[in-house]
Design a protein around this ligand. Structure first.
Ligand code: ADP
Length: 270
């Protein structure tokens, strides 16, 4: 197979080339292992809601003379299929981003608009929990990147902040420009993340508390999507957290500075 082919070529290549080839194979194997792991995880994660829907469908059939039970089971089927939909969407999103290739045609992305949209999409969950989501900091900033990806990343951070906060607390999305970059911070006063877990939360499908997680309906993919968005933009994402006090996620992306004569109109640019 492939390895015999490589061995045959190593000898005449010289030590340095041979080493490079070995390193390349090692990386290839690592990438392959990550991919296999991902596929196994995906299959497992998809099986859970599909299995639940199957069981609920049986239950509905058997409970046909009990309208209240039918209503309850049907409602859970809807919840499970929504979860399945979200999972599939996030898996597609993630597989698109996984190459971490730099963006092909980055444009000026209006940070205020992105944040307004993210806050907007969290309104239903936030108001159901009595959580106030506000924006703060510097207005009028632009980043250099992909509008959809940046929106997805900020939306994921805001929806996590809401999901892992208690009623009555505030989530603040703040912005500031540092040299050449824009920092978008999502600050919550929620449950926080144990220091023993904080290194793992950006891993695919990783959840601090799978039991709690089931009730909040997440997928465990949100933060790994944020991490890949940061990577494709040449930026980064960092987290500070204190258990029981809250968390701050900061997404740093390259700033798009309006060229002379363009300032003030940059919002209509796109
Ligand atoms: P999920 O769909 O579970 O939210 P994520 O990848 O977005 O998946 O987050 C991974 C895990 O990190 C979550 O399950 C949760 O345990 C933890 N986490 C993420 N954001 C926060 C936050 N703002 N506060 C507390 N814990 C968080």
């Amino acid at each position: 197979g492939a390895s015999r082919h490589v061995t045959a070529r190593v000898a005449p290549l010289g030590t340095r080339l041979a080493l490079a080839l070995v390193e390349d194979r090692t990386r290839e194997r690592r990438v392959e292992a990550v991919r296999r792991d991902f596929v196994a995880n995906v299959s497992h994660e998809l099986k859970t809601p599909v299995g639940a829907i199957r069981v609920l469908a049986d239950a509905v059939t058997e409970a046909s003379d009990d309208p209240e039970a039918v209503r309850r089971f049907s409602h859970r089927m809807i919840t499970e299929s929504e979860r399945l939909t979200e999972l599939v969407q996030q898996i597609i999103e993630l597989s698109r981003l996984q190459g971490d290739e730099p963006l092909e045609a980055p444009v000026a992305v209006d940070v205020d608009k992105v944040i307004a949209a993210a806050i907007d999409s969290s309104t239903v969950d936030a108001s159901a929990k009595g959580i106030n989501v506000v924006s703060a900091g510097t207005a009028g900033l632009h980043v250099f990147g992909n509008d959809e990806q940046v929106s997805t990343a900020v939306t994921n951070l805001v929806s996590n902040a809401v999901a892992y906060s208690d009623p009555g607390s505030t989530v603040t999305v703040s912005t500031r420009a540092t040299d050449g970059s824009v920092e978008i911070s999502v600050v919550d006063q929620g449950i926080g993340i144990p220091s023993t877990e904080i290194d793992r939360i950006f891993e695919r499908f990783y959840r601090v508390d799978p039991a709690r997680h089931r009730s909040t309906g997440g997928t465990g993919l949100g933060l790994s999507i944020v991490k890949h968005v940061a990577a494709t933009h040449g930026g980064e994402v960092k987290v500070w957290s204190q258990e029981g006090q809250g968390s701050t996620f900061t997404l740093t992306l390259p700033q798009h500075l309006p060229t002379a004569g363009q300032s003030g109109t940059s919002k209509e640019e796109r």
